[in-house]
Design a protein around this ligand. Sequence first.
Ligand code: 5GP
Length: 145
Amino acid sequence: MSLHGDYDPQNIFAQIIRGEAPCYKLYEDDDVLAFLDLFPQSHGHTLVIPKRAAARTILDIDADSLCKLMRVTQRLTQALVDELQPEGVQVAQFNGAPAGQTVFHIHMHIVPRFAGQGLAVHASSKADPLELEKLQARLLQRLGG
Ligand code: 5GP
């Protein structure tokens, strides 16, 4: 059911794109925005979203926007791996509630995975804002350098 439906312009990521809701931004260009997940599955959990495509899932997005999204996803994955040195990294994308999707604006998850920490799929708690600020500063330096 939730795989199909109308795009809701009030979803939280649309609000973030319009600047109506805050985020810990890591990267932005004309087409793509990346920011830290507020309920991280691991240290460095990052979300990458298209800014112009009003797409709920991978079934709705045009190929050009998807390519731009993936280009930035790859670049940020490299920066996260370089900076945080995880033993693994998940790059994931969910479509429809039964597949785990909770926000219906298409997004890529980049989840650094550290040995011995398990594979949480949805975090239960909100990240400490101070920790997110520190991590943001660290990653912005990495991306700028
Ligand atoms: P999904 O389950 O739809 O694939 O992923 C949605 C992600 O968005 C989750 O990892 C969740 O923690 C994250 N999230 C939900 N609300 C917010 C928010 O207001 N700000 C940020 N930065 N992340 C959010």
